[in-house]
Design a protein. Structure first.
Length: 369
């Protein structure tokens, strides 16, 4: 059994031609009676060695971080303000060692071995470690009381430098998830900067996250529109951006509706279902399923509560799972047929910007790492 990534690697190394790869995909698609389009595929593991390397890398990063914190961290019976400075120094040194180690490992496992899962873990460790290092350096400046504003300022600086670190990582290694990490760091920077300048805005955090989520979704669509056939790395970058944007949109919307606060009323339950259908239409139009997955928990909760109120106390969860599970399976089976109807109903100018219908699977190698 050969995976899609195996075929892509064979094309990249010249073992087979792009035309031969396309013919192979066409043959498999016809044999399986499946549409020859990209099913939002992305490479995560190519074998158990990816998991093995990931576990080993995680242990090594944990070790160097622990060693760094132990060297520069507090010693003895320090507490309170006395320990604050050493704790910060320990976090800073630990973060620095983790960042340096993650970069060094990426030079081999990402740049040379091109291993997907270890590359994702190393990228996340590098960006998070840079942020931890900067935050640790700022910890001694935090006052013992009323230090929220100072903390927000330090987080904004740490987020900005983490975004810069992600950009450098992208320039060197081109791991698709890096752009999502960079965007997330910028969102954290924006939120912390707002909190520093307008402390009262913390009560409006849901609205801030929602606006940021819509902006990230727009950024993801920018990447998607530049590769409507989804044949290049740009599509993989868009995949991770959509994955980041979806919870930033879904969670604030449903929490603002108060879905999780009180018992679901028939009105609010219908609103949740209507919103889920709307998310489904958007997901079909852009051919990305992240919105449906991120909002799934809320529609399950709302529908289960409605079944309970209707008298199905013992079967409410089972009935909910039956209805939603069946609907999603049907949608998955007829995804491309339904998508064709949704896209056909949109204005022609918008159709020209969305991912193409019936696009072929990438005939050239799509380097996901």
């Amino acid at each position: 059994m050969y995976s899609e990534s195996d075929i892509e690697n064979a094309v990249a190394t010249g073992a087979i031609t792009p035309a031969a790869a396309a013919a192979l995909r066409q043959s498999v698609a016809e044999a399986r009676s499946t549409p020859l389009v990209d099913e939002e595929s992305f490479r995560l593991i190519t074998g158990f060695n990816d998991i093995f390397v990931t576990i080993a890398a995680a242990l090594l990063l944990l070790a160097v971080g622990w060693i760094g914190f132990s060297i520069a961290g507090p010693h003895g019976d320090l507490n309170g303000s006395e320990a604050q400075g050493p704790i910060g120094h320990g976090v800073a040194l630990g973060g620095l060692l983790v960042a340096a180690t993650a970069w060094g490992l990426a030079e081999y496992f990402t740049l040379q071995r091109r291993m997907a899962l270890p590359s994702i873990i190393l990228l996340g460790a590098f960006v998070a470690a840079v942020g931890a290092c900067v935050f640790g350096l700022g910890v001694p400046m935090i006052p013992q009381s009323n230090g929220d504003r100072v903390v927000a300022g330090i987080i904004s600086v740490a987020g900005l430098l983490s975004a810069g670190a992600a950009y450098l990582h992208w320039r060197r290694f081109h791991v698709p998830i890096t752009i999502a990490a960079l965007t997330g760091a910028l969102v954290a920077t924006l939120w912390a900067a707002l909190l520093w300048s307008v402390p009262g805005i913390k009560d409006e955090i849901l609205w801030v996250i929602l606006v940021a989520g819509v902006a990230v979704f727009g950024f993801a669509m920018w990447w998607d529109m530049s590769d409507r056939l989804r044949q290049t790395r740009r599509s993989d970058v868009a995949f991770w951006l959509h994955l980041a944007a979806a919870p930033m949109i879904a969670h604030p919307v449903f929490h603002l509706l108060g879905v999780m606060d009180n018992a679901v009323t028939p009105t609010s339950g219908l609103m949740v279902i209507a919103l889920y259908i709307l998310f489904g239409i958007v997901a079909l139009a852009v051919d990305r399923r992240a919105l449906l997955v991120s909002s799934l928990a809320y529609v399950l909760y709302a529908l289960a509560d409605l079944f309970r109120q209707a008298g199905a106390v013992s079967l409410n969860i089972a009935l909910t799972a039956l209805v939603i599970g069946s609907a999603l399976l049907l949608l998955s089976a007829f995804w491309h047929n339904v998508r064709r109807m949704v896209v056909a109903a949109l204005p022609g100018e918008l159709q020209a910007r969305l991912p193409a219908l019936d696009r072929p699977v990438a005939a050239t190698a799509r380097a996901t790492i």
